[in-house]
Ligand binder design. Structure first.
Ligand code: NAD
Length: 251
């Protein structure tokens, strides 16, 4: 058992309040590429740059092209060991909340209950006309048009995510800030910490132990009490084994 894993397991076991803050690297082991990791979207050859296609301006001007892109990248995936471990920890009273920059909904699918989604959720659609919200799975397909139609008014649907050029939900930001400010252990994982304002939220942490789990260095490394460079899901698997061995959780 590596000493980082033992340390992290001990902090989780004894912390009065542990919070998880994650990014795209949490879901790469589920098969969704991140943006800036070794195999990230930024390094794939694409006709339209990522910042362009993911902007509200692009969506408003070219909804068909936007939805064609969406359908290409929205592949079926399952939660991985990190998502499942976090749900188990919350259920056992060892995790207060997940704060995520991800839009994939995998934390909820794994069973996490308190999930603050800073950038929304692409499994949910919202009507650009009447504002009706509907699960992607229930969307109404229009023959010959990649843009789904609103089941209530027939208007164009968009994913309920924060696109470039849009503001984050103020209520979600406030909840995330107060959750982080109350934490005694903050685990930051799978994020390059370059997307603002989300990345800046970890500056509200003033607890005992800041843990960084990221394959590559980040701007917060200098403040971390523990840095783990191994894949997030693998590390959580080892932490859960340790907590199981110690009788703190049962897996
Ligand atoms: P990012 O792509 O900028 O950074 C991901 C980081 O995770 C990289 O530093 C990479 O080295 C690291 N990483 C990748 N896989 C890892 C693993 N298995 N273990 C440890 N580290 C790993 O991602 P970001 O900081 O979250 O910013 C990108 C933005 O794009 C986010 O706001 C998010 O909304 C969005 N995004 C979401 C998804 C998703 O929902 N799954 C996927 C891609 C991008």
């Amino acid at each position: 058992m590596n000493s980082d894993v033992s340390t992290l397991a001990e902090w989780i076991a004894t912390s009065p309040s542990t919070v998880f803050f994650g990014g795209a690297g949490v879901s790469t082991e589920s098969g969704i590429p991140d943006f800036r990791g070794a195999n990230g979207f930024y390094f794939q050859e694409r006709e339209i740059p990522l910042e362009t296609v993911l902007s509200i301006d692009f969506f408003n001007r070219y909804p068909q092209a936007y939805w064609e892109w969406f359908r290409e990248v929205h592949v079926p995936v399952e939660p991985n060991g990190a998502h499942r471990a976090l749900a188990t920890l919350e259920g056992a009273g060892h995790l207060d909340a997940v704060i995520t920059q991800n839009i994939d909904g995998l934390h909820q699918r794994a069973g996490s209950r308190t999930v603050w989604e800073l950038h929304g959720n692409w499994e949910r659609l919202v009507c650009t006309g009447c504002g009706a919200v509907t699960p992607l799975a229930d969307s109404v397909e229009v023959p010959g048009d990649p843009v789904p139609a609103c089941p209530s008014c027939g208007g164009q649907m968009r994913p309920d995510i924060v696109m470039y050029g849009e503001a984050l939900d103020q209520g979600v930001i406030e909840a995330a800030v107060s959750t982080i400010a109350r934490a005694s252990v903050l685990i930051v994982a799978g994020t390059s910490l370059v997307v603002y304002p989300a990345a800046g939220l970890i500056n509200y942490f003033s607890g005992d132990h800041l843990v960084l789990m990221n394959a590559t260095p980040t701007s917060a490394d200098a403040h971390a009490d523990l840095i783990v460079r191994e894949p997030v899901a693998r590390t959580f698997g080892q932490v859960m084994d340790k907590l199981d061995e110690e009788g703190i959780i049962s897996s």
